[in-house]
Design a binder for this molecule. Structure first.
Ligand code: HEC
Ligand code: HEC
Length: 353
């Protein structure tokens, strides 16, 4: 009773299965949701981010270029003025409003320089990317108000290869991994104690719209074009998260937040999925808390960057987060497509943190 399938028979069988299976289209892997990565082109290679050799040109730890160290920049009512070099100092960036946050531990404030950078990568100050107040930006993460256990677990996941990014052009996540690898247990715990003690406060304003400002994508962030070329364009099926002011963004203004343009109707669609599961998934509130502000060691979701949430959901869906607790999210994500991820990210960002 040997039965041989010719290629034609296989194709016919596949078509038959496709025709009868409503989940066929959803099962096909979808590409990277570009809006969540702050890019406009698909990566040529997908998969876990590979870290270029330390210090190599183009690697995340390539030596810093020339910096303008002359112009003094001020924010009214803040400390300073600071030069651009001081603002972007990898081992002690400008702290405009020290009164806004507790005293920073050494690793958060200054990072840890390496005696021999050629051999051992340094750890940059956490405050450089996540800012002294921990609110972060769309291309990294808001790390305020996370549960202590969750924070430490993520650092160990980065350190031990269980947390990667799905686009290997994302060098800042590659850096995050390098820093976690270099950090001691004490440094991880100090940073976790510091950031988890800071309560989350609003940082993103969600705007439902058919249009969005025209933007340029730079460094994983959409910057609103001002002056020549400024205008609006159809939003389509994306979220455009953009600094309220790109000038403020560049000077790392820690009180100047973000706008997120989301498609009309996406917040309501996201709300249905998040609060009831919409027949496709488990209600997120079951684990992340009725107010979505976290529950025990499970992280909060409300009022955070929609770009970050979109990346996190996609990374988890395609298996680039494989921590001890990640399997709890696998069945939740199994039937969600990129449109669902967009709607969920829009709704979560619209909530009060
Ligand atoms: C070069 C910029 C940069 C620096 C400096 C940096 N991070 Fe990050 N961090 C990132 C990026 C990028 C991500 C992940 C974003 C992604 O892949 O979506 C991240 C994610 C995290 C997360 C995960 C948040 C979550 O909700 O799961 C934690 C925790 C974190 N960083 C802690 C730290 C600590 C502690 C330091 C200081 C030692 C630090 N980071 C320094 C860029 C940075
Ligand atoms: C069965 C419990 C459970 C349910 C239901 C659940 N989650 Fe989670 N979620 C978790 C756990 C546990 C983690 C931490 C995963 C890890 O450590 O890798 C997590 C992590 C996340 C993260 C990453 C947060 C960060 O800071 O990186 C996002 C985003 C998220 N969940 C969204 C959702 C959404 C949206 C839903 C509903 C559609 C949902 N979750 C339903 C348990 C759950």
């Amino acid at each position: 009773m040997t039965q041989r399938f010719t290629p034609i028979a296989i194709t016919a069988a596949a078509l038959l299965i496709a025709a009868n299976s409503p989940s066929f289209a959803a099962a096909a892997p979808e590409g990277l949701p570009l809006w969540a990565w702050g890019v406009t082109t698909a990566p040529t290679t997908m998969g876990p981010g590979e870290v270029l050799p330390h210090g190599a040109p183009g690697s995340a730890t390539a030596p810093i270029g020339n910096v303008d160290n002359k112009e003094k920049i001020s924010i009214q009512g803040a400390k300073g003025p600071f030069t651009r070099y001081e603002i972007g100092n990898r081992f002690g960036p400008a702290d405009w409003f020290p009164q806004d946050h507790p005293v920073m531990p050494e690793i958060v404030h200054h990072g840890r320089q390496s005696k021999d950078e050629a051999k051992t990568p340094p750890v940059w100050a956490c405050s450089l990317c996540h800012m002294p107040n921990g609110k972060g930006r769309p291309e990294n993460a808001n790390i305020t108000g996370l549960p202590y256990d969750y924070f430490v677990r993520q650092m160990l996941d980065f350190k031990e290869g269980r947390r990667k990014t799905s686009d290997n052009r994302k060098t800042n996540t590659a850096l995050m991994i390098v820093f976690a690898q270099q950090m001691t247990r004490e440094e991880i715990e100090e940073a976790a104690r510091y950031f988890t003690a800071i309560p989350s406060t609003p940082w993103i304003k969600v705007i439902e719209s058919d249009t969005a400002p025209k933007t340029n994508a730079r460094g994983g962030v959409f910057h609103t074009i001002t002056g020549e070329g400024a205008g609006t364009e159809p939003l389509g099926n994306r979220i455009v998260e953009t600094p309220i002011s790109s000038h403020d963004f560049e000077i790392r203004h820690p009180r100047s937040g973000f706008l997120a343009y989301v498609p009309k109707g996406s917040v309501k669609k996201g709300e249905a999925l998040v609060t009831t599961g919409g027949g496709k998934t488990t209600a997120c509130t079951v684990c992340h808390g009725v107010d979505l502000r976290g529950l025990g060691p499970i992280p909060p979701l409300a009022g955070r960057s929609p770009s970050y949430a979109g990346r996190a959901l996609y990374d988890m869906k395609v298996g680039n987060r494989t921590g001890e607790w990640s399997p709890l999210m696998a069945p939740v994500l199994a039937n969600l497509n990129n449109d669902d991820i967009l709607a969920i990210s829009a709704y979560l960002a619209s909530l009060e943190p």
